[in-house]
Design a protein around this ligand. Structure first.
Ligand code: DGI
Ligand code: FE
Ligand code: FE
Ligand code: FE
Length: 192
């Protein structure tokens, strides 16, 4: 059984202090959003705690481990292996931290790119990652911090738009899952 305190202790040693603080921020923020939207707050907290559990690895280690564990590596991930911390994180959450809930694992797997028709837990972790109290320098932070508690889908859409704007400078490195996710949420809000 995954034990939250043991996981925290492990992460505190594995991640640098800044990344550990970010991780706690995402865990608490995810838990708050879960309370707001009727999702299990403990699942959300656990997903938040582990979402960046592979973030300390450098690019060559991320690639090496992903190949070793036979994870699918997209063209964008090959060019920009830091993206792989999400997929590898989901793998490690399952095999090293003993998280078996597939919804939590998917929330970790898709926390960087998002994906079309995300589950409630996926949206919560995705948004919490962007808005947690230790995060600064992201566009529209204040707006998104408020919006997240009013309209979660809209917050997902706004974060994706800002991310896509930022990535437009380097179109080759946009992952196909990011692209599909953006197209999906764009269509959702153009209809309404
Ligand atoms: O791990 P964190 O820094 O907490 O946050 P994250 O895992 O959400 O990563 C955010 C970064 O990932 C942000 O700078 C935008 C970038 N990103 C998101 N989708 C893509 C992407 N980068 C590339 N190259 N391609 C993508 O599709
Ligand atoms: Fe991340
Ligand atoms: Fe994110
Ligand atoms: Fe993060």
């Amino acid at each position: 059984k995954p034990d939250r305190l043991t996981i925290k202790e492990k992460l505190r040693h594995k991640l640098g202090i800044g990344r550990f603080e970010h991780t706690l921020g995402v865990a608490y923020t995810s838990s708050c959003l879960a309370m707001r939207y009727g999702c299990n707050p403990e699942d959300a907290e656990l997903g938040g705690l582990l979402h960046d559990c592979a973030k300390q690895y450098d690019n060559s280690t991320l690639l090496k481990k992903s190949l070793k564990y036979e994870l699918p590596v997209s063209e964008a991930e090959r060019q920009n292996p830091s993206l792989l911390h999400a997929k590898l994180g989901a793998y490690l959450a399952q095999h090293k931290y003993d998280v078996q809930n597939p919804e939590i694992l998917d929330a970790i797997r898709y926390h960087t790119t998002g994906r079309p028709a995300m589950t409630l837990l996926e949206k919560i972790i995705y948004v919490a990652d962007y808005m947690e109290p230790r995060r600064f320098k992201a566009p529209n932070l204040e707006k998104i911090r408020c919006l997240a508690f009013v309209d979660l889908d809209r917050a997902v859409y706004e974060i994706m738009s800002d991310t896509l704007d930022y990535l437009k400078e380097m179109p080759d490195c946009i992952d196909e899952t990011t692209q599909e996710a953006c197209a999906y949420y764009q269509a959702l809000f153009e209809k309404n």
